[in-house]
Ligand binder design. Structure first.
Ligand code: GDP
Ligand code: FE
Ligand code: FE
Length: 189
C-alpha cells in the first residue's frame, strides 16, 4: 500500500499552492467516480493526487527525461501542457516511486485522452476537468451529472470542448488528442 502522507507531502513541496489544491480536489472527485464505477478507490485517489506533479518542472528537466527514457524525439517540439502527462509519468515513477502501470498510464493520457481508455484513464481525465474548483456553468453541471452516470459521455464532451478551445486559440493539436477526438467524437473506431 502506498504511503499517502509521504506522497502528499512530496506533491505539496513540488507545486504551487493553487495546483496542489487542484490535485487534492481531483483526487477527491476521482474517488467519487471510482465508487460510482466500481473501480479501485485507492488507485483513483493516487492517480488524482499525483497527476500534475511534473506540471511546474523546467523545460530542461522535461528534455532531460525525454532523452533519458528514449521517448519519441518528436516530443521535443511540444511544451509543458503535453510534457507534464507523457513525460511526467516517467518523472513520477522515478521521483515518487510509483510503479503501478495502471496509474502511470492514466497520468500519461490525462491531458490528451486516447482511443481505447481504461476505466482509470477515464476517471482521471474526467476528474481533472470536473473537479469542483473549475469554473462552473450550467452546461458543465449538466455534463457532470451525465458523466457520473456514464463516463464515456463525458469523454466525448471533453474532447469536443478541447478541440474547439484549442482551434479557437490556434494552438497545435497533439496527434493523440486528434486520434482521441476522431474516435470518441467522430466515430472512427
Ligand atoms: P491541468 O494540467 O489540470 O491544467 O489540465 P490538463 O492536463 O488537462 O491540460 C493542460 C493544458 O493542455 C490545457 O491548457 C489544455 O488546453 C492543453 N492541451 C490539451 N490537449 C492539447 C493539445 O493537443 N495541444 C495543445 N497545444 N495543448 C493541449
Ligand atoms: Fe494536467
Ligand atoms: Fe490537472
Amino acid at each position: 500500500m502506498y504511503n499517502f502522507e509521504e506522497i502528499t507531502q512530496k506533491v505539496k513541496e513540488n507545486l504551487s499552492d493553487f495546483r496542489f489544491q487542484h490535485s487534492l480536489r481531483v483526487s477527491e472527485y476521482a474517488q467519487e467516480l471510482a465508487k460510482k464505477n466500481n473501480y479501485d478507490i485507492q488507485k483513483a485517489k493516487l492517480a488524482g493526487l499525483v497527476h500534475d506533479y511534473a506540471k511546474e518542472s523546467s523545460n530542461e528537466e522535461f528534455l532531460f527525461y525525454i532523452d533519458k527514457y528514449k521517448l519519441d524525439p518528436e516530443l521535443k517540439k511540444w511544451k509543458t501542457p503535453i510534457w507534464h502527462g507523457i513525460v511526467g509519468a516517467y518523472i513520477i515513477k522515478e521521483k515518487l516511486g510509483i510503479e503501478d502501470e495502471d496509474v502511470l498510464h492514466a497520468i500519461s493520457v490525462h491531458t490528451t485522452g486516447d482511443i481505447e481508455m481504461t476505466i482509470l484513464d477515464k476517471i482521471l481525465y474526467m476528474a481533472d476537468w470536473l473537479e469542483p474548483g473549475r469554473d462552473f456553468s450550467e452546461t458543465l453541471d449538466a455534463i457532470k451529472t451525465k458523466t457520473e452516470a456514464n463516463l464515456d459521455y463525458g469523454i466525448a464532451q471533453q474532447l469536443s470542448f478541447a478541440l474547439d478551445f484549442l482551434s479557437r486559440k490556434k494552438e497545435a493539436i497533439y496527434p493523440k488528442t486528434l486520434y482521441a477526438y476522431n474516435y470518441w467524437v467522430g466515430g472512427i473506431k
